[in-house]
Design a protein around this ligand. Structure first.
Ligand code: SF4
Length: 97
């Protein structure tokens, strides 16, 4: 019997195979709410990650214009609050263009 993933399953992110977080301790990247000050180590790892640009682009794509409270974890070297600020800045730049 051949087993396969359901058709509606999101495809694996090809760049994720090269992520440093998957080779370290993934829980570092998802601190409990209110513990954003614990992200210093995960951000240091991100800065050395070969797929940081792809990771941040994917996070921004998935999260869209969500507020800080609807974002979770460190992605692309940025905390939820930093990604929310980036999304707002990009929206302002787009309006000004
Ligand atoms: S940049 Fe993204 S993929 Fe790389 S270590 Fe950080 S969270 Fe993981």
């Amino acid at each position: 019997m051949t087993r396969r993933a359901p058709d509606n399953l999101a495809p694996a992110l090809h760049w994720a195979a090269n992520s440093l977080c998957a080779q370290t301790y993934p829980a570092l990247f998802f601190p409990e709410r209110g513990e954003d000050n614990t992200t210093a180590v995960s951000k240091q790892i991100c800065r050395r990650c070969p797929v940081i640009e792809e990771c941040l682009a994917e996070a921004m794509r998935q999260e869209g214009t969500a507020s800080h409270s609807h974002r979770y974890g460190v992605w692309g070297g940025l905390s939820p609050a930093e990604r929310a600020d980036l999304a707002k800045a990009r929206a302002r730049w787009a309006e000004a263009a």
